[in-house]
Design a protein around this ligand. Structure first.
Ligand code: ADP
Length: 482
């Protein structure tokens, strides 16, 4: 390999099962910016996944019995190690995923923040006493860890989608089996190596790479797994939910979005331009909270389009490891083809390309950051999440109408709007059918707030003190005969 890491032992080619690194390095992991093979990982299936689930099941009892403070200290050490190895993890991430190094560093910090937060929260999983219905009895509510947790994660946030699930699980006393995306297993395995160094016991955290449908069948079907946490496409989320129904598992799903980004005529336009850039082009548009539809009010439309397009045109595109680059390659050629389909459909229906519109001269999966003006409801991009660097801009006249358009989708993850009128801010924030609303902000993610969607964007919340609820069951204990 050509990666120059400070600690080359973070680059793994085996999976972690029951505290042992096992498996033959088979499936290549490719750098989308260069086409180079960075490494190989095992192609595991049912047998190894069952072994991992059973190791997690065995490890569950002793891990759950540790004091909250013991678990907290181990998580805290994991956090410290992630931060201490930020540069290496960021380089691994950029190399397998493509995002610019500055964004990768930001993701390492964001990923670590969940570990830190839940190390603290581990100590605050309180039970309850309830005034009883009988004079001779007392009512207690215990909150106990649910058991083995499965985490199936996507390539767009190779570190954070793992720690956001696994650190509250471990804090609560659960054990975990992680199945990272095939495009980005190396970040996941590096995090697992640091977990081992932090003192996470054998079997408490396992990582399996390989055949997704076969691994998924075991993770959703094995009776020992009590919760399946998934971030990814709506299609696979629905499939996993169906599969999990047979054994009545809890599921946490963070699926696709179709985020509206609304600029009202009373907005600070400079701030709205910056917010739209950050929301739309983070990770080359490949996040589930990226603005997918930008609605701008009539009076400020032309001004917004001109200023926004000028900034988009100026964004440096290249290999994410090069200084100054803010747009890397897309994850796959299918991602490039999807943007091209959306652009061709929109221009055929009357949209204008203001900047970009084509594959980038760098080749591979590099694409020019693109702005379309004159977007309308009939265009495919209105219904489908592009998941790439394409910003379609719609013109609107009135508040009621734009809110209706913003809500006209089966999805409901993130929405954004820029406005200053206080009445409008409250009205619109309340009327948007979304789990997350950014007002005068293009970036909303933080470990201290609950992240998740409504409608077909998912179930459950990750992050914040609410995030731990997924991983504990309530037990009602009636103490009678007093
Ligand atoms: P994307 O299209 O963005 O890759 P996916 O939903 O296909 O989104 O992938 C998200 C995660 O789900 C990845 O880890 C992927 O390997 C996994 N996955 C895909 N298909 C299945 C399946 N049938 N069972 C379990 N996991 C799956």
């Amino acid at each position: 390999t050509t990666l120059s890491l400070n600690d080359p032992t973070l680059l793994k080619s085996q999976c972690l099962v029951d505290g042992a690194w096992i498996g033959e390095a088979v499936d290549p992991v490719v750098n989308p910016a260069t086409g180079e093979t960075l490494g190989r990982v095992p192609r595991f299936a049912e047998r190894e996944t069952t072994d991992a689930v059973e190791a997690a099941e065995t490890a569950f009892g002793p891990w759950a019995k540790k004091t909250a403070k013991e678990r907290s200290l181990i998580l805290r050490r994991w956090f410290d190690l992630i931060i201490a190895n930020r540069e290496d993890i960021a380089l691994i991430m950029t190399s397998e995923q493509g995002k610019p190094l500055a964004e990768a560093r930001g993701e390492v910090d964001y990923a670590a923040s969940f570990v830190e937060f839940y190390a603290e929260e581990a100590k605050r999983i309180y039970g309850e006493t309830i005034p009883s219905h009988r004079a001779d009895a007392r009512i207690l509510v215990l909150r106990q860890p649910i058991g083995v947790v499965a985490a199936i994660t996507p390539w767009n946030f190779p570190a954070a989608m793992i720690t956001r699930k696994v650190s509250p699980a471990l804090a609560a006393g659960c054990t975990a089996v992680i199945k990272p995306a095939p495009e980005t297993p190396l970040t996941a395995l590096a995090l697992a190596e640091l977990a081992v160094r932090a003192g996470v016991p054998a079997g408490v955290l396992n990582v399996i790479t390989g055949d997704a449908p076969k691994i998924g069948k075991v993770l959703t079907g094995h009776p020992a797994v009590k919760f399946v946490g998934f971030t990814g496409s709506t299609e696979i989320g629905k499939l996993l939910m169906r599969q999990a129904a047979d054994t009545v598992k809890k599921v946490g799903l963070e699926l696709g979005g179709n985020a509206p980004f609304i600029v009202f005529d009373d907005a600070d336009i400079d701030a709205a331009v910056e917010g739209a850039l950050a929301s739309k082009f983070r990770n080359m548009g490949q996040t589930c909270v990226c603005a997918n539809r930008i609605y701008v009010q009539d009076a400020v439309y032309d001004d917004f389009v001109a200023r926004f397009a000028a900034k988009v045109k100026a964004m440096p595109v290249g290999n994410g490891t090069e200084p100054g680059v803010v747009q890397g390659p897309l994850i796959t050629m299918e991602a490039v083809e999807k943007i091209e389909r959306h652009i061709a459909d929109a221009t055929a229906k009357g949209a204008t390309v203001v900047t970009g519109g084509h594959r980038h001269a760098l080749g591979r999966t590099f694409f020019e950051p693109t702005v379309l003006s004159g977007a309308t409801t009939e265009m495919v991009v209105t219904q489908e999440e592009t998941f790439g660097p394409l910003a379609p801009i719609y013109r609107f006249r009135d508040e009621t109408d734009v809110v209706a358009q913003a809500n006209a989708t089966p999805f409901g993850l993130a929405a954004y709007f820029y406005a200053r009128d206080l009445g409008r801010v409250f009205r619109v924030a309340e009327a948007l059918d979304y789990g997350i609303v950014g007002v005068n902000a293009g970036v909303v993610a933080t470990e201290v707030a609950p992240f998740g969607g409504v409608k077909e964007s998912g179930l459950g919340r990750e992050g914040s003190h609410h995030g731990i609820e997924e991983f504990v069951e309530m037990k009602y204990v009636l103490l009678a005969g007093m």
